[in-house]
Design a protein around this ligand. Sequence first.
Ligand code: MF3
Ligand code: CO
Length: 238
Amino acid sequence: MRKAGAITAGALEAAAKAIHPGMSTKELDKVIHNYITSHGAKPSFLGYAGYPASACISVNDTVIHGIPSAHEKLKEGDIVSVDVGAYIDGFHGDATKTFMVGEVSPVAKALLSSTEESLMLAISMAKPGIRIGDLSAAIQEYNESRGFGVVREYVGHGVGSELHEEPEVPNFGRAGHGVRLVPGLVIAIEPMITEGSPRVKSLSDGWTVKTVDGSLAAHFEHTIAITPDGAVILTLPE
Ligand code: MF3
Ligand code: CO
């Protein structure tokens, strides 16, 4: 699964280099598609439940599952979440980063930091014997104590030969609850955090998920493997 993870991470690096004001989210999707396919992998999301693109690209108040569009252009001050999956040799990698387009507001920066730091905190805690609820509670506490909202409707998940496997990995919950992590388990942890209310709505395109109050949302995700000594991040560049 390191191979799938490295290609996933490489696609996010390619996205980071390509992002600039004036670029359409469709052009950004093309960069990601080309990276994944030129490295011998398949985009995990393309065709998944009918999803029409290789990446989910979610701008500002879009939380997740933004569909790339030629009409949607990135502009200075935007934040853009890029969610990528790559499938190779029978396994998936799944990772997300929220990028800044040029200079962004202080609250946007704080939201991105809190979301990414809560992901890294959960990864640092993950080891055999720790329960899913321990990770969930840590992510929730980290973000809510900074005044941010934790989305309830969507959660992290196991990853393997299928993109979404058991167990669910919520970003909210109670320490001491949930299944225990064991060596060999691979999960995607993916906090989806809002500037304001955590309430979200789905658009009529069947995919796009936005904040109800129009506030910003951030999303960071890594695929990690539990080993006897702790967690290894699989979605790092080679
Ligand atoms: N990375 C997303 C997740 O973890 C997958 C995107 S949904 C898809 O659930 F349908 F577009 F693939
Ligand atoms: Co995921």
